[in-house]
Unconditional design. Structure first.
Length: 253
């Protein structure tokens, strides 16, 4: 899959290495060296994915991600030397789809980009019209598929059509990755999913991607949907196996 990838990295050697490996993969790569240039390049488009370093001059990567998410669903892979859990959670909470901690393997970078692109990129500007196709004699349209059902698990409600989550009746803001994970779990409350199974739903099968992304999404979701995040009663760990969503009664636990 050939894609247009923007790499925002202020270290010239790191940027050149990322560009080299991504171009070998067949992608068209534009490199910028500060946060404001990254935001302008993403807005200018057409871009399919943004590789975004957190520590950037002029405008840091977190501010870029925050501004971009207010207007775009462009996939974002964050690069960070910050390994503290709160820093990583903040990036995901702002809407990053995945992250890599430095130092990283260029092969892993390529694999993460490949996985994010497999999920399908969306237009930079929500609601932008698709390019006009050449006129053809199209067959009759098939019957419209039924909209996905609203999912419930105890006090949680997940509406796939509206991309909305509520907990105890209050709205919960979720990143795309968090929403996908919650949707999978809520489709079968009580079922235990392994990290590998959840990762497949998030990114597709790719041997270079770790399960750390799943764990991070779970920790972030617990902060949002649990009455007491340190003592979860909804999004549960099944030790040695994975995670499940409890079939609890409605209302606060």
């Amino acid at each position: 899959m050939c894609a247009h990838v923007v790499v925002a990295e202020d270290d010239p050697k790191q940027a050149d290495l990322a560009r080299l490996y991504l171009e070998r993969e067949g992608h068209r790569v534009v490199v910028v060296h500060d946060g404001r240039a990254a935001l302008e390049q993403a807005r200018r488009g057409p871009a399919d994915l943004l590789v975004l370093d957190v520590m950037m001059p002029v405008m840091d990567g977190l501010d870029v991600c925050r501004a971009l998410r207010a207007e775009s669903a462009l996939p974002v892979l964050m690069l960070t030397a910050r390994t503290a859990e709160e820093d990583l959670l903040l990036g995901l909470d702002l809407g990053a789809d995945d992250y890599l901690t430095k130092p990283y393997s260029p092969r892993e970078l390529v694999a993460r980009v490949r996985a994010l692109l497999r999920r399908g990129s969306r237009p930079l500007t929500p609601g932008a019209p698709a390019p006009a196709a050449a006129p053809t004699m199209a067959p009759a349209a098939p019957p419209a598929a039924a909209p996905p059902a609203v999912l419930t698990a105890g006090a949680l409600t997940i509406d796939p059509l509206r991309h909305e989550v509520t907990a105890d009746g209050r709205p919960v803001s979720c990143t795309p990755g968090e929403f996908r994970l919650l949707q999978v779990l809520a489709a079968q409350p009580g079922r235990v999913f392994t990290r590998a199974q959840l990762l497949e739903h998030l990114h597709g099968i790719d041997r270079y991607i770790t399960t750390r992304t799943v764990d991070t999404h779970v920790m972030n979701l617990r902060r949002k949907i649990e009455p007491q995040p340190r003592r979860p009663t909804r999004l549960l760990t099944v030790y040695g196996i994975g995670y499940k969503l409890a079939e609890g009664p409605r209302g606060a636990s």
